[in-house]
Design a protein around this ligand. Structure first.
Ligand SMILES: Cc1ncc(COP(=O)(O)O)c(C=O)c1O
Length: 369
């Protein structure tokens, strides 16, 4: 018998979810603002993507291709994949949500890690399942801790590789070991949102593991190195069984036409991506050294952002640093919600922004950079 209430009531657990809080955008009273809080690229998108977007806007009265074929074909050709194993989403966020809604329900568990991307927890709880949080080791995913947390209720394991907000990565040998230790019905989700930035021989985003298994998916995004965050484009590479299930419930026109066109043009312009990665690699190194030189601890990053840890000293902690930087127009990301109350995450910005933050943090710490 249903209970009559005076207003609609969401499913149990929904109101326990803490909604996602995006990075700050404004610095009140400051004329020139550098937003370094959302891991967006300082170089913008490829000019070819902008041109394709404009062209794609010429017929807004038409529904988009519900299969997003032009985009899937472009992704397949650049990465050497089978088109049928690629699914596009309105940002990879949508795909992460779909996975949870299709494979999780009441009584199920999904494993996330201590400093993992907050969207996983939100979507797991949104599907009525229980997130099981596993400790990380020195800001890095601990494969053994994950394997130890698997129970008969476990249905899914989420790993951002590289991790956000830590910027660390799990070598491919450990990812393979993790997969080998999981039961065959548990889905391993490899979220490789920052894969393009990684310059390490022992890193793999997960293509091979997906190709040879039925329980691994890899998600990617156009929001970071491709500079198309505004258009919301993500993609998943996965086995036929999982894609078939997800395709049954995804919105029939989940990708808009200008996004399909711009995404396809962006991924075909790999020369542009190389330039963006080159800028990032150069500044990741310079920023890391500069921050260390003024006495700050930095978690070694392979991404386009850096986790900066502040001293546990009155007036020098992360909240004060955040306020100081914001007053100068540099907006970084407070990461208390990720388990780092005394750290800030900085996205690698333009040369001007990077130099400005180095100088401002030097002043904040009372040390010249
Ligand atoms: C680890 C990770 N996964 C996924 C996303 C979401 O990407 P998208 O913009 O494609 O939804 C982000 C964005 O910040 C991220 O950091």
């Amino acid at each position: 018998m249903s209970i009559v209430t005076s207003e609609p009531v969401p499913r149990p657990g929904i109101l326990d979810i803490a909604a996602y809080v995006p990075g700050k955008e404004h610095a009140p009273g400051v004329a020139r603002v550098f937003k370094l809080s959302s891991n967006e690229t300082p170089l913008g998108p490829s000019p070819k993507a902008i041109e394709a977007f404009r062209h794609g806007a010429e017929h807004l009265e038409l529904y988009p291709d519900g299969q997003a074929l032009a985009l899937r074909e472009a992704i397949a050709s650049v990465h050497g994949l089978n088109v049928a194993n690629i699914m596009c989403g309105n940002g990879s966020d949508e795909l992460l949500g779909l996975l949870c809604h299709v494979y999780l329900g009441q009584g199920d568990e999904a494993i996330i890690t201590e400093h993992g991307f907050l969207v996983y927890k939100i979507q797991i709880m949104g599907a009525g399942a229980a997130p099981v949080e596993v400790k990380e080791k020195d800001c890095a995913v601990d494969v053994d801790a994950i394997l130890a947390a698997v129970t008969e209720k476990t249905k899914m394991v989420f790993i951002a590789n590289p991790g956000n907000p830590t910027g660390t990565y799990v070598p491919v040998a450990d990812i393979r070991r993790l997969h080998a230790g999981l039961p065959k019905h548990v889905i391993l989700v490899l979220d490789a949102a920052y894969a393009e930035y990684v310059r390490r021989n022992d890193y793999e985003a997960g293509l091979e593991l997906v190709s040879s298994n039925r329980n691994v998916v890899m998600t990617r995004t156009f929001s970071k190195v491709y500079g198309l965050a505004a258009l919301r484009i993500g993609w998943m590479y996965g086995p036929a069984g999982i894609l078939d299930a997800l395709n049954r419930v995804r919105g029939p026109f989940n990708m808009n036409a200008p996004a399909i066109a711009a995404g396809a043009a962006a991924i075909r312009d790999q020369a542009f991506v190389e330039k963006a990665v080159e800028h990032n690699t150069l500044w990741l190194d310079k920023l890391t050294h500069a921050f260390q030189a003024i006495g700050l601890k930095v978690t070694p990053s392979v991404t386009n952002f850096i986790l900066i840890h502040f001293p546990d000293v009155d007036g020098k902690r992360a909240p004060e640093a955040d306020a100081f930087l914001t007053s100068r127009g540099y907006i970084l990301r407070a990461v208390k919600g990720y388990g780092f109350p005394n750290a800030l995450r900085m996205t690698v910005g333009s040369e001007e922004a990077n130099r400005g933050v180095i100088e401002a943090l030097g002043e904040f710490m009372g040390r010249s950079a």
